[in-house]
Ligand binder design. Structure first.
Ligand code: ATP
Ligand code: ZN
Length: 298
């Protein structure tokens, strides 16, 4: 591994791996991943990709061992609070909140528990893999409690009589339901984020990063946006545009063999839902097409 190459750490295998790699690919970084190799070298940029357990990524960025990392905000926050509690530094720069890895850290109780507000957690034993985020929340809310620190299978703790409640990551809630638990309160909302070490990069890498950041904005904007094409009666153009969220100036084109209709082409910063399409149709729009956008550069 050469010293002057930009090093980015991503999760090796787990919920963030596929989308992290896909993001790098969408940025135009060409990299060939071999499952057994923990380091992959981009062939068209001075970038090395380190594939690690997500829990190892924050500390490597805090210590400046890697330049960039893609990690869940939950893992980042937990490690930041842990380092601070130990009197160690936890410096980093948040470059971008990304658009994947959504989840929340929630308090949950057995279905049979009669819940009467947060005070119900007083003196309960709460199993979690996020003891520092939990502690931070409970302290802010002035609730004394006991912990049961588990690295995995947190949702089984109440059944195993290891704890009365849990504080665990939730996305759909299916795991909670399968274990007869009810979600009570989300204490931390999370998504994947791109972080950078605090110490400065070489001039060359700083320039490379600037370029990548512009591309990230382009990729994320494109993912959120849609290209919309439709036919509109000439006298309904304003009404139709007012129904479309996030549309700036549409292009108006003539429609062959039609005197009373035109074609509108536009980029919408938001997705177009069926309900809106149905309303457009009611107003007189037809041939409505919604297309994904791959890249955008403004
Ligand atoms: P590793 O082997 O890298 O330590 P892990 O088992 O700790 O992996 P994963 O389950 O792959 O981690 O989750 C990685 C991250 O994905 C989480 O920290 C969180 O930010 C995000 N995530 C998104 N949805 C969920 C979910 N439903 N449950 C858990 N994590 C989720
Ligand atoms: Zn992990």
């Amino acid at each position: 591994m050469q010293k002057n190459r930009l090093k980015i750490a991503i999760q090796k295998s787990g919920r963030l791996s596929k989308e992290s790699l896909e993001l790098l690919k969408n940025l135009g970084i060409k990299v060939h991943i071999q499952e057994q190799n923990l380091v992959a070298f981009a062939s068209n940029f001075n970038i090395d990709i380190l594939r690690l357990r997500d829990d190892d990524i924050p500390a490597l960025v805090f210590d400046g061992m890697v330049d960039l990392g893609i990690v869940g905000e939950n893992v980042l926050k937990e490690h930041e609070l842990e380092r601070k509690a130990l009197g160690l530094s936890a410096d980093f720069e948040l470059l971008k909140k990304l658009d994947f890895g959504y989840c929340r850290l929630s308090l949950a109780l057995p279905n049979s528990f009669e819940y009467n507000g947060l005070k119900s957690f007083e003196n309960l034993r709460i199993a979690t893999s996020y003891p520092y985020i939990l502690k931070d929340f409970m302290q802010k809310n002035n609730i004394p409690y006991k912990t049961c620190s588990l690295k995995g299978s947190v949702e089984l703790a109440p059944k195993m009589n290891l704890a009365d409640a849990i504080c665990d990551l939730v996305s759909s809630g299916a795991t909670l339901e399968a274990n007869s638990l009810k979600e009570i309160e989300s204490i931390f909302e999370s998504k994947a984020c791109l972080i950078k070490r605090k110490s400065s990069l070489s001039e060359e890498n700083e320039l490379l990063l600037e370029k990548l950041m512009l591309r990230i904005d382009g990729v994320m904007q494109a993912r959120e946006s849609k290209y919309i094409m439709l036919h509109s009666p000439k006298n309904k153009i304003d009404e139709i545009i007012s129904l479309l969220p996030g549309v700036e100036t549409p292009t108006i084109l003539p429609l062959a063999h039609s005197d009373d209709k035109v074609v509108l082409h536009m980029v919408s910063k938001e997705n177009l839902f069926w309900e809106t399409m149905e309303k457009l149709k009611e107003v007189g729009a037809s041939s409505i097409l919604v297309l994904p956008i791959e890249k955008m550069l403004k």
